[in-house]
Design a protein around this ligand. Structure first.
Ligand code: SF4
Length: 383
């Protein structure tokens, strides 16, 4: 479920999110539920293992709307009793009372967008909360009974010395979350950050510094008992994010909401970006009752070579890598059958390595995976 509303736009963000539209959340949640009812047949009674509210800032959604949404989703879909039900949140919008309410309606995993424990860095990122508010939000989550909490942090900010990133990491470890998602700051086209970098107001993040931060992080989190299981994700044993594992293992999912993406029944599709337009088109689709989803903006059924490329690229993001025999069973050809030359080339560079059963990125490959992923896309492959 995509909830595309935020209290302010962060300078580095290119997500589909909108500021100043909070008053439309009640009507938007109604549209989401209408949308859910439209998809019931396409999902075809499949059991739902995970539910994820992403954004935007889903935690801006008031509790009555959350209750309404979860009840409606349970009516529309077969959500398993042990499903992982996650909410992305930002520190400023969390109180213990709100979080208790979320627990009562079935949320069992909370992701908090901390980004930094340094107030100056938070200002430079245009975040609207302080480090103390992030700690308070975390304490409230624990008070409310959340025992599965992720913290999001960003490393490799412009001119961020390693020592500052180390302090951030220690501040996160002091809280002992179950899961950490750690991303290098990237300059996305069209963002205020990209404009500042282009005009020389802000230096661009330094990829060498980011690599140093990343390598330090791997070593420090291993010592702290976290499993590094995906390029940007670490978890306590047994606490990997089940929802994101669905993407990385190339299984199907349904995304609802403005700008949400799906991979369902062999098709990939994305919904219209603007929340108001999404609501209007959902209503039109519901009124027509002809099965045409007018709120889908783009759709394709990827050809087999693209399906295989996606599966391999996503699977290689996992540190376990890709089970070669399982891949051949699912897609009718092994990675070596389709990409043999490229795979051998990247093994030669020390970017890929093999176990008796798996193909995976090497330690060095975790830093250089994009080079490989670009080569695996179909236009680069002769099939
Ligand atoms: S809170 Fe998240 S989604 Fe909203 S603007 Fe900031 S980075 Fe983007």
């Amino acid at each position: 479920m995509h909830i595309p509303f935020c209290t302010a736009k962060c300078g580095y963000c290119d997500f589909n999110s909108y500021v100043g539209h909070d008053h439309t959340i009640p009507s938007y949640t109604k549209s989401l539920l209408t949308d859910a009812s439209l998809w019931r047949a396409a999902v075809g009674g499949r059991a739902v293992e995970t539910v994820f509210f992403g954004g935007g800032t889903p935690s801006l959604t008031p509790l009555p709307e959350m209750q309404f949404l979860m009840a409606g989703l349970r009516d529309a879909f077969d959500i398993l009793p042990d499903a992982e039900v996650s909410l992305e949140s930002n520190p400023g919008s969390l109180t213990t009372e709100y979080l208790r309410g979320l627990r009562d309606i079935g949320f069992n995993r909370l992701s908090i967008g901390v980004q930094s424990f340094d107030d100056e860095e938070l200002v430079s990122l245009d975040r609207t909360h302080s480090a103390d508010e992030a700690r308070q939000a975390y304490a409230s989550a624990r008070d409310a009974g959340f025992d599965n909490v992720n913290l999001d942090l960003i490393y490799g900010l412009p001119e961020q010395p390693l020592s500052k990133w180390q302090s951030n990491l220690e501040a996160a470890l002091d809280l002992a979350p179950e899961h950490l998602s750690l991303y290098a700051l990237t300059v996305e086209e069209g963002t205020p950050l990209a404009r500042d970098v282009a005009r020389g107001r802000t230096p661009a993040p330094d990829p060498d510094e980011q690599a140093t931060h990343y390598e330090y992080t791997q070593e420090r989190l291993a010592r702290a008992g976290y499993e590094h299981y995906e390029i940007s994700n670490w978890a306590r044993p047994g606490r990997r994010c089940r929802h994101n594992l669905i993407y990385w293992t190339h299984r199907e999912y349904l995304g609802m909401g403005a700008g949400a993406h799906s991979y369902l029944n062999g098709a990939r599709f994305g919904m219209v970006l603007l929340p108001n337009r999404y609501g209007e088109l959902v209503d039109e689709s519901a009124a027509a009752q002809d099965g045409v989803m007018r709120h889908i903006a783009s759709a394709e059924t990827p050809p087999p070579e693209l399906v295989m490329a996606d599966a391999l690229i996503l699977g290689l993001r996992l540190l376990d890598g890709v089970d070669v025999r399982e891949f051949a069973r699912r897609y009718g050809a092994s990675p070596d059958d389709v990409y043999g030359d490229i795979l051998r080339e990247f093994e030669g560079y020390g970017i890929l390595e093999r176990t008796p059963t798996h193909l995976r990125l090497s330690k060095r490959g975790l830093l250089l995976s994009n080079e490989l992923f670009l080569r695996l896309l179909p236009e680069a492959v002769e099939v």
